[in-house]
Design a protein around this ligand. Structure first.
Ligand SMILES: Cc1cc2nc3c(=O)[nH]c(=O)nc-3n(C[C@H](O)[C@H](O)[C@H](O)COP(=O)(O)O)c2cc1C
Length: 149
């Protein structure tokens, strides 16, 4: 059974909502999902002991937030090479953060990324609990857990 860490930041709660649906998808596979806000992850050791990692941050000003950049430096020190990886984050229009995080996980941290593909979760759709968007979150969690397992 794989153990997956879902580490996220959310300013107004939408990315947090995505994180919860992604965790459901992980659990559908029988894997364990551990949800943590990045403020709870302070040392490299806090990132140890997982088979897969899914990082989430919303897009503000076409970028990830500064605290998330700092968190990625911590992840770099944690030695996550070869581990299953995924990225997500709420946004309204450009959605830059999840793609930049995914690229960092794949090319810098050398993790095995589950491509974002058509995985899109726009804020308005999440707020209206659009079933397709919820399912996209669940399916993404499932795909990372399957790669990790
Ligand atoms: C000041 C401000 C700037 C934003 N900039 C962007 C942006 O550049 N691109 C985008 O897609 N969404 C942008 N958004 C929308 C947020 O990403 C969206 O509200 C998201 O759901 C917030 O996620 P959170 O609730 O997890 O904090 C912006 C929102 C605010 C308030």
């Amino acid at each position: 059974m794989a153990k997956i860490l879902i580490a996220y930041f959310s300013r107004t709660g939408t990315t947090e909502k995505m994180a919860n649906y992604i965790a459901e998808g992980v659990r559908f596979t029988g894997s364990e999902a551990v949800l943590k806000k990045i403020s709870q992850l302070k040392e490299e050791g806090d990132l140890e002991g997982y088979d897969g990692y899914i990082f989430g941050c919303p897009t503000y000003h076409r970028d990830m937030t500064n605290n998330f950049k700092t968190f990625l430096f911590l992840a770099e020190k944690a030695g996550l090479e070869g581990k299953a990886a995924g990225a997500f984050g709420a946004y309204t229009h450009s959605g830059d953060a999840p793609q930049v995080i995914a690229d960092t996980m794949e090319y810098v941290l050398k993790m095995k990324l589950v491509s974002l593909g058509s995985f899109k979760a726009l804020e308005a759709k999440l707020k209206s609990d659009d079933p397709e968007t919820l399912k996209a979150c669940q399916d993404y969690g499932k795909a990372v857990a399957e790669m990790a397992g």
